[in-house]
Write a protein that binds this ligand. Structure first.
Ligand code: BG6
Length: 485
């Protein structure tokens, strides 16, 4: 099955930080892939902006190298590559200084009808500076869009300050805060599964759902990003954004329409309904060395660090739908596998007419974000064959790539999100109030760790995290799912 691609309107996308890692790995390759499926229209321009005094030809050369490195070779068709490279331009701009802004304004002025988007792929300290400069240079028109990505602050106060700085020049409808997890195919599928099927929604509440597990496990450590990571830790880097977004989409009420603000209103209500966290609801971990592998402390070059590379949380949502159903969240580095999934575990039938079987775990709906996006429903059936009624569990398994045919496209999160920016669709972007509410939930705990001088528990690389993470669920009579692919 090949998906329908609707071209977007001609646009100018200015990438600040165009020579950086995100531009090379994600933004430029994603744009190319959209051009390759004819979604990026003729005349659209990708304008790199960075401090480096490079010529357009040099930036095009860099762009070509990025495509060669980060786009699958079978997608690199010479005529399409040529067409893409021809759409790429470059202006040296000093974000904090005066150089380059007039030149950028001149370039954008050549195409006054184009949709304008400014992608700030730069250090967060520059977000407000660039927003000010865009306004001063007169290039931020009322229909322009500004795109920023986490970290969106490091606590509530700084997130508020950032929102205030951006909204000096841009309305909320012009600000696109990326959480790349919202661009993942299965994350959106979660909304389709819940709200386009009559099957699940009647059961989607505390009466039928025993508990929910949300896991985002990674098998790599933090080597190479140690400086950033050590100041953030898993709570700021993953929980405050990605995991909370997954929690919101799993727990929210059906919006009246699939409309950006209606969806975001419902997510916000979930965050505001979260019970304040207690220290006893959280387990923090830090990976140690094993064999030849380095420890977290080695990776961040900070032998005293108390930052967590793993966290497990028991969250409660105080509303009519979810009171009494715990949501367990966990994320960590150097775990046994790279796996992201949401598992909704249903309660047992109210009365069993069959003899009890110890190792049956009951119905569960598992929504797999990565790898192998798909959905599995765990159901209990009769063990085949004669010999009486014995029960066993089987997965009803649907891997999207198989179910939708070999040609099913799973676009990268950034492809979808950048096209949504151009289309002006904010459904998959975080609103300022959501970001602030999420900080309000995690801030008190981060402060409490600092005040208590709390230390994360060590765990072995390749494991499922520290021992206490097991206890968090087992003390409630639950068991984490295995982290394996
Ligand atoms: C980023 C975090 O937002 O998400 C990283 O900063 C993390 O620490 C990454 O590795 C995970 O994203 P993905 O798409 O690879 O699961």
């Amino acid at each position: 099955m090949v998906s329908t691609v609707i071209p977007v309107q001609p646009f100018d996308l200015v990438i600040f930080g165009a020579t950086g890692d995100l531009a090379k790995r994600k933004i430029l390759p994603s744009l190319y892939r959209r051009l390759a499926v004819h979604q990026m229209p003729e005349g659209a321009r990708v304008i790199g902006a960075a401090r480096s005094k490079m010529t357009r030809a040099e930036f095009r050369k860099q762009t070509l190298a990025a495509l060669q490195e980060f786009v699958a070779p079978d997608l690199l068709k010479p005529d399409l590559v040529e067409q893409f490279i021809a759409s790429v331009d470059y202006v040296p701009v000093d974000a904090g200084g005066e150089d380059g802004w007039a030149q950028l304004a001149k370039k954008l002025g050549e195409k006054p009808d184009h949709i304008r988007a400014f992608y700030l792929s730069v250090a967060p300290a520059l977000f407000a500076v660039i927003a000010d400069k865009l306004a001063a240079a007169g290039v931020a028109t009322p229909s322009s869009r500004i795109v920023v990505e986490k970290p969106l602050g490091k606590d509530l106060a700084s997130a508020r300050a950032l929102n205030a700085q951006l909204s000096k020049h841009f309305t909320e409808a012009q600000i696109y805060r990326i959480d790349h997890y919202l661009g993942k195919e299965t994350v959106q599928n979660l909304m389709a599964i819940r709200f386009a099927n009559a099957l699940f929604e009647p059961l989607w509440n505390a009466r039928y759902v025993d508990h929910v597990q949300i896991t985002v496990a990674e098998n790599l450590g933090v080597a190479g990003r140690g400086e950033y990571y050590d100041k953030s830790g898993a709570m700021r880097d993953m929980v405050q954004n990605h995991l909370m977004q997954l929690l919101c989409l799993t727990a929210m009420e059906p919006p009246a329409h699939f409309e950006p603000n209606m969806v975001r209103d419902e997510k916000l209500k979930v965050i505001r309904s979260l019970e304040p966290l207690k220290l006893s609801d959280i387990v923090r971990g830090q990976y140690r060395a094993n064999g030849s592998g380095s420890s977290y402390l080695d990776d961040v070059k900070n032998p005293q660090s108390r930052t967590e590379s793993f966290i497990a949380i028991r969250a409660h949502i105080q509303n009519w739908r979810w009171a009494g159903t715990p949501f367990y969240l966990r994320t960590g580095k150097k775990l046994s596998a790279r796996l992201s999934e949401i598992c909704v575990v249903f309660r047992d039938p109210p009365h069993s007419i069959f003899p009890k079987v110890d190792d049956l775990r009951g119905n569960a709906l598992i929504i797999r974000l990565q790898p192998n996006e798909g959905i599995t429903m765990r159901v209990t059936i009769k063990d085949p064959g004669p010999g009486g009624m014995r029960l066993t569990e089987v997965p009803l398994d649907m891997t999207f790539a198989k179910a939708l045919g070999g040609e099913a496209e799973m676009p990268e999160a950034y492809e979808r999100l950048i096209m949504d920016v151009i289309r002006g669709d904010q459904t998959l972007f975080m609103r300022g109030d959501e970001v602030e509410a999420a900080w309000s939930w995690v801030d008190p705990i981060i402060d409490a760790w600092t005040d208590a001088g709390s230390k994360p528990q060590q765990y072995d690389p390749g494991s499922a995290g520290p021992i206490d993470a097991y206890k968090l669920t087992s003390s409630d009579g639950h068991l984490w799912r295995e982290i394996a692919t």
